[in-house]
Design a protein around this ligand. Structure first.
Ligand code: NAD
Length: 347
């Protein structure tokens, strides 16, 4: 299995393979960059079909965290960890403790947190072996669920995108389509409703959709119909890869800004959006509210107002990014990558 020549390698600073025969732990920790600080990134527990698949995933996700943290003005680098196991059956306390020792062996270069397959309760078990854990509920009763913070960040990003893409300073009467009204999408819908926006919502969960639409006086449409909605802004808040070339060709919205990770189904889609005059808000810039809050949880001076203010900085970052993209004639996605790399000192 190639590592240094792996397509996702991108000069990772360190990759640690961990094995604990007693508990059955097979894990990989990838540290992409630590220029700006220790590498923070979640622990994914997943029954990967092969070690190659696990390696590809951890390298891709770890690199993504370098970009996200750099653009969120966090003193953190990018890292990620994966355990090859089924989270429903293979997640024993012994395995999690062995993972905690593996994290601890890096002496703080990597800080772990929740991700798909790992919960806050798992982080408590890991914390018995290492101090280098984020995403733990604070004694003050703060958080545990990052989605309200993510939604607030998306809302701030959206206001910037509306200013730059539509030349509007307020959201009153703005027509917004939200794809996916789960944890983040529902919070976002409430913020937009409070700001006077007119909402078109969809979700494959019909019950949750109907409930929220009624509560907010919004229009509910079938999942496929959301791409044709007559709106100003499209907010992808469901799964990744929502923006394919054919979806972009159908959109009536002139701005895209949402919470979903990896919204662009292929790299060329960013240029397709540009060609159609649609302003795309880079996903990892818009959805960094959750990681900002996790980073703050590690600080002694945690303060909710300060966390919210930090998250509002996402808007300021985009106020720099969008004009630069326009000046350089490049997509906001390309400029976000370039700005992140400048911040962590790579070409
Ligand atoms: P969630 O699972 O709570 O919500 C996703 C919603 O999308 C669900 O209600 C689901 O039924 C719906 N959905 C799935 N497929 C759909 C489809 N084809 N059409 C319409 N709706 C569909 O997840 P979430 O926590 O709200 O996260 C939403 C997105 O934001 C995900 O891509 C996630 O990776 C990303 N994200 C979330 C956070 C966070 O703090 N939760 C942080 C960063 C990024």
């Amino acid at each position: 299995m190639p590592l240094f020549d792996h397509p996702e390698f991108d000069h990772h600073r360190q990759v640690l393979f961990g094995c604990d025969p007693e508990s059955g732990l097979k894990a990989i920790i990838a540290i992409h960059d630590t220029t700006l600080g220790p590498a923070l990134g979640g622990l994914r527990i997943y029954p990967y079909a092969s070690e190659e698949e696990a390696l590809t995933d951890v390298l891709r996700l770890s690199r993504g965290m370098s970009y996200k943290s750099a653009m969120a003005n966090l003193p953190l680098g990018g890292g990620k960890a994966v355990i090859i196991a089924d989270p429903r059956t293979g997640k024993t306390p012994a395995l999690l403790r062995a993972m905690g020792r593996l994290v601890d062996s890096l002496g703080g270069r990597y800080i772990t947190a929740e991700d798909s397959g790992s919960s806050e309760a798992d982080m408590q078990v890991i914390a018995a072996e290492t101090a280098h854990v984020g995403g733990l509920r604070r004694a003050s009763g703060e958080s545990g669920d990052p989605s309200p913070f993510t939604a607030w960040g998306v809302f701030c990003a959206l206001k910037s995108a509306v200013r730059h893409g539509l030349g509007r300073r307020d959201l009153d009467g703005l027509r917004v389509a939200i794809q996916g009204v789960g944890h983040v999408g529902a919070h976002l819908a409430h913020h937009l409703h409070a700001a006077g926006a007119r909402l078109v919502l969809t979700d494959v969960n019909r019950e949750a959709l109907a409930h929220l639409a009624e509560e907010l006086g919004a229009e509910a449409v079938a999942p496929e119909a959301i791409f044709d909605a007559d709106v100003d802004l499209f907010a992808p808040c469901a799964l990744g890869a929502a923006l394919t070339e054919s979806v972009v060709d159908r959109l009536k919205a002139k701005v895209v800004c949402g919470a979903a990770n990896n919204q662009l189904a292929a790299p060329g889609v960013a240029e397709r959006l540009m060609a159609r005059g649609i302003l795309y808000t880079p996903d990892y810039v818009a959805n960094a509210g959750g990681v900002i809050e996790i980073a703050w949880q590690r600080r002694e001076d945690y303060d909710r107002a300060a966390v919210m203010a930090h998250i509002e900085g996402i808007g300021a970052t985009l106020d720099e990014l969008f004009p630069r993209a326009a000046r350089e004639g490049l997509s906001p996605a390309t400029i976000a990558d370039a700005m992140a790399r400048e911040r962590f000192g790579r070409r």
